[in-house]
Write a new protein. Sequence first.
Length: 176
Amino acid sequence: MGAWQPLPDDLPPEVRHFVEQLRQLKDRTGLSLVALGARTAYSKSSWQRYLNATQPPPRQAVVALCRVAGIGKEEAERFGVRWELAVRAWPKPVVVPGAGRPEGTAETIGNDENTGNAGGADTDAESERYEDDPTLPWWDAPPKRSEPPSRRLLVVAVVLVVALALTAVIGAVALG
């Protein structure tokens, strides 16, 4: 498809390899970013960030791209492994707590893996930042479980059985 912008030089090799493979997979689809966004429920701007290595994609976005590209299960599993390796190596943004924002929020100001977190604290929330996005396109939503019959349906069934029994009794008495 089109020419990709060069990836940053300081990108870890795992991230570089993953993004290059993701770009090739996207090119195999023959879709524009707008069309890819429509087919995967991730916007054009999200795909731009993922494919230019400015933000790691959620696992579900990679799964959706694999599905759209029509790749087999084994190759899709390899993409899942590449995703895991890349996300672990992805440079974490530097966060400054409260920088002009309401208390308890943070502002991203950089992407230098050598500086680490502001204050040097590596929290679980920080390491969970790149977890899967639970958003699924409507066509991938799990099927709804069949719910047990409602109480109202049960009441209607009992009333019908009682009415049928009364009709049979009245009919027997009338004939008898």
